[in-house]
Design a protein around this ligand. Structure first.
Ligand SMILES: Cc1cc2nc3c(=O)[nH]c(=O)nc-3n(C[C@H](O)[C@H](O)[C@H](O)COP(=O)(O)OP(=O)(O)OC[C@H]3O[C@@H](n4cnc5c(N)ncnc54)[C@H](O)[C@@H]3O)c2cc1C
Length: 498
């Protein structure tokens, strides 16, 4: 929305006024509000763009590279790597569709040995893409007139940010509004500290030049599951060590079951209820010791056991900014912290660790701080995706919340195996699940487990956002044959159940 006054339109059929209006005195020029953003990830740079659009004088302080971890080490690199893994999964599954590969055995399930991945080339591409994306963010911010400072920022009061510049200098920035968007970093396990060669955090994977022979992934949350899935598809022997009963704890239980089943069928070793106590180097690789005394041997280990917020040394005490028990910055639904004029966005708030949520929190902060129209953050409408093969996409209320009575809803689940397009494409795993409000039939959530579920969840997200009923969804045409046909079919099945 523009803050510039719009010129008045002259009505074509009205006569021009004979006398010009007396000149009005110029309104006193108000100084543009000064906004300082600490952290140039999606929480920070999206906020900076909104603030610039609203006429503020904006400075972004970033210590490692614009785009943040999202662009340089997390989202962009992992999804670029997964793009190659996805092609490998397709190749694997294509034998059933009649493809044969030179050197393959010609059996109905065998491509092994005939198609392989050059991880050095893959990672070169990953790093190039991440750098280019970071450069794009830089260029865009500069174009919008945002001042960019390469350095480490910290609050020295509610209206002042001290910057230790990368070139050795310092700068003090006065601010009317401060946004803290410093993100998070990988959590390490004592006794399993990454060495960057064999024991790795997810930020160190992209220096590998050869596919690990046997990769042990410690942690079966979203990050662990995505990398286990990707490296398995790329051809590595993968062992997934999970401290819980099943992979992806906290996600839709049916979806997690499908993924675990696919992992095992593809030959991955999934060790449930197995807690890693330490990871050490051996001459040839690594040993993961479990707390029950068992040992797992591998060539490499990826430790993916969550992340911790970057709050150290950023002046939270000096600025009067409160943190939660988990150490995240406490915010409300318009991204305000406990300190007047200080906002926070993204992973440092622990609200929901997604780039899309970080970006929205940052935008909301600026809309609120600079007096634009603003709607508080609503997590109920966030779509999320787990980029395993197949993918898991979700939006809205969950089945667990419906079953616990937290939400009043009706559930329908359709396996994709019955979908004509899925049959043609050789898709055997996955489903569509739709939830609607009891009585009204309003769509309140859904889960899609399918290849490219991230693209298929959008109609469900639209329905949740705009409170469409299952009948609204059921009456829209879908292409025949299509996977999205199953979403409409699920809506039709809910017609009388609601
Ligand atoms: C492996 C992995 C894959 C992921 N994939 C997805 C995905 O597919 N989709 C999705 O939506 N989310 C994904 N996420 C989550 C996503 O990466 C984060 O939610 C997102 O990066 C959060 O953005 P942010 O702006 O809060 O922080 P970040 O992106 O971490 O950016 C914070 C920035 O602040 C800088 N900084 C920190 N302290 C200071 C300081 N004092 N001064 C100056 N600069 C500072 C850091 O250098 C960093 O650049 C993934 C996460 C991981 C770990």
């Amino acid at each position: 929305m523009s803050t510039q006054p719009q010129p008045e339109q002259t009505q074509p059929d009205q006569p021009e006024p004979e006398q010009p209006e007396p000149a009005q005195p110029e309104p006193a020029q108000q100084a543009a509000p000064r906004v300082v953003v600490v952290g140039g990830g999606p929480g920070g740079y999206e906020a900076a763009l909104v603030a610039a659009q609203l006429g503020a004088q904006v400075t972004v302080v970033e210590k490692a590279g614009l785009g943040g971890s999202a662009v340089l080490t997390d989202v962009v690199p992992s999804k670029t790597l997964i793009a190659t893994a996805e092609v490998m999964s397709l190749v694997d599954d294509s034998v059933e569709l009649g493809l044969r590969f030179p050197g393959g055995t010609g059996s109905a399930t065998e491509t092994a040995g005939s198609v392989s991945v050059d991880l050095g080339r893959v990672n070169e591409r990953v790093r190039r893409l991440a750098r280019a994306q970071s450069e794009d963010v830089y260029v865009r911010l500069e174009k919008e007139g945002v001042r960019l400072l390469d350095g480490f920022g910290r609050l020295v009061g509610q209206q002042q940010v001290h910057v230790d510049l990368a070139d050795g200098g310092v700068e003090e920035l006065g601010a009317d509004v401060v946004l803290l968007a410093t993100g998070a970093r990988p959590r390490t396990l004592p006794g399993a500290e990454p060495d960057g060669e064999r024991i790795l955090s997810w930020t160190q994977l992209y220096d590998l030049t050869e596919l690990p022979e046997r990769l042990i992934v410690v942690g079966s949350g979203v990050t662990g599951a995505e990398f286990a899935s990707a490296y398995d598809a790329l051809g590595a022997d993968v062992v997934l060590v999970s401290s819980r009963d099943r992979v992806l704890p906290g996600e839709d239980a049916d979806a997690a079951e499908v993924i675990e089943d696919v992992f095992r069928r593809r030959g991955m070793t999934v060790m449930s209820r197995s807690r890693a106590a330490s990871v050490t180097r051996t001459e040839a690789g690594v040993t993961v010791r479990l707390d029950d005394g068992r040992e797992v041997l591998g060539s490499h280990c990826l430790v993916a056991v969550g992340s911790i917020p970057n709050t150290a040394g950023i002046g939270l005490e000096e600025g009067g900014v409160r943190t939660t028990e988990s150490g995240h910055i406490e915010t409300d639904r318009v991204s305000r912290t406990s300190a007047r004029g200080v906002y926070a966005a993204g992973d440092v708030t622990g609200v929901l660790p997604l780039a899309s949520v970080a970006a929205m929190q940052g935008r909301i902060a600026m809309w609120h701080a600079l007096g634009d129209a603003v709607r508080p953050l609503d997590l109920r409408t966030v779509s999320a995706n787990i980029f395993t093969a197949p993918e898991i996409a979700t939006v809205g209320w969950t089945q667990a919340q419906i079953e616990s009575g937290e939400a009043q809803g009706v559930i329908v689940k359709l396996p994709l195996a019955g979908n004509p397009r899925a049959k043609m494409q050789g898709i055997h795993d996955g489903f569509v699940k739709l939830f609607c409000r009891t009585g009204s039939g309003t769509v309140i959530g859904g889960v899609v487990v399918a290849p490219r579920a991230s693209e298929l969840i959008f109609p469900v997200a639209l329905a949740v956002e705009h409170r469409l009923t299952v009948d609204d969804v059921a009456h829209a045409f879908t292409v025949y044959p299509s996977l999205s046909g199953s979403i409409a079919e699920a809506a039709r099945r809910l017609h009388r159940k609601a």
